[in-house]
Write a protein of this length. Structure first.
Length: 253
């Protein structure tokens, strides 16, 4: 019975990923370099700071093709900066990632983290090790491939018509990452608030600015009024695949 359930969950997880639609935010940078770079929040030098918190907001308008839909975000990916990025592989020792629907908008994030967090705040990557890497593949002048991939243990149900999307990363244990492609344009669809210090992850406030990491989301559409059983199976399938990948990735280090 366990094997049957396991195969069902694994099959649902694979089916979910296979039918995912990719969306890059900002949309305008799907095939273009962002022009800036940043290692936060995944790359932190222990001698400078031991932890960090990082929030980035994405305008709901970026998801215009999904405005009337409810969908699952099952995966988040970033790409290395073509100028300062490199190939790398590392395990960040202690990361937590949350997503929520927020009333805060780009260029208007509060310096106080709690003000930006939406009522549906969800831990999509539970606190623990995160294996990340990049082959640094793509045109010499960029953009490089979105191969810094983070599968979510819990898919996030997002409906753009309700509000903007907030990415909330807590890095409890520093770590190594390459420079990521970013954009720094006032008035665009992304902005952030962040802080890195000896206890940055527990700071209640950060520094808002207009920079944002170019991000790719994997989205899976679901029925407008999904049956609870369907949602439960999808969530269980996602967690099963995530758990196995984490065990395999950490086991190789």
């Amino acid at each position: 019975m366990f094997r049957v359930c396991f195969r069902l969950l694994w099959g649902l997880a694979c089916l979910q990923l296979a039918h995912g639609e990719m969306l890059v935010s900002p949309n305008s940078l799907t095939g273009a370099e962002g022009g800036f770079n940043n290692v936060a929040p995944f790359g932190i030098t222990p001698s400078l700071s031991s932890s960090a918190r990082y929030q980035q907001v994405y305008a709901a308008s970026e998801f215009s093709n999904f405005t009337q839909d409810l969908f699952l975000i099952t995966q988040i990916a970033f790409r290395p900066d073509s100028f300062r990025g490199t190939a790398f592989s590392s395990v960040l020792p202690d990361i937590q990632i949350n997503l929520s629907t927020t009333t805060a908008s780009p260029e208007n994030l509060s310096a106080t983290y709690s003000v930006n967090v939406g009522l549906d705040d969800t831990i999509v990557f539970p606190r623990g090790p995160l294996a990340i890497s990049s082959m640094f593949v793509g045109p010499k002048s960029g953009p490089k491939d979105f191969d810094i991939v983070m599968d979510l243990a819990t898919p996030f149900f997002y409906q753009p018509g309700v509000g903007n999307l907030l990415l909330d990363v807590r890095n409890f244990g520093a770590g190594i990452a390459t420079a990521l492609d970013a954009v720094n344009v006032a008035g665009d669809s992304v902005s952030r608030v962040s802080a890195a210090s000896l206890d940055g992850v527990n700071d209640t406030e950060g520094r808002p600015d207009t920079l944002g990491l170019v991000t790719r989301f994997t989205l899976v559409r679901v029925p407008a009024v999904p049956e609870p059983g369907v949602l439960s199976l999808i969530a269980a399938a996602s967690f099963t695949g995530f758990w196995l990948k984490r065990r395999l990735a950490v086991g190789r280090t």
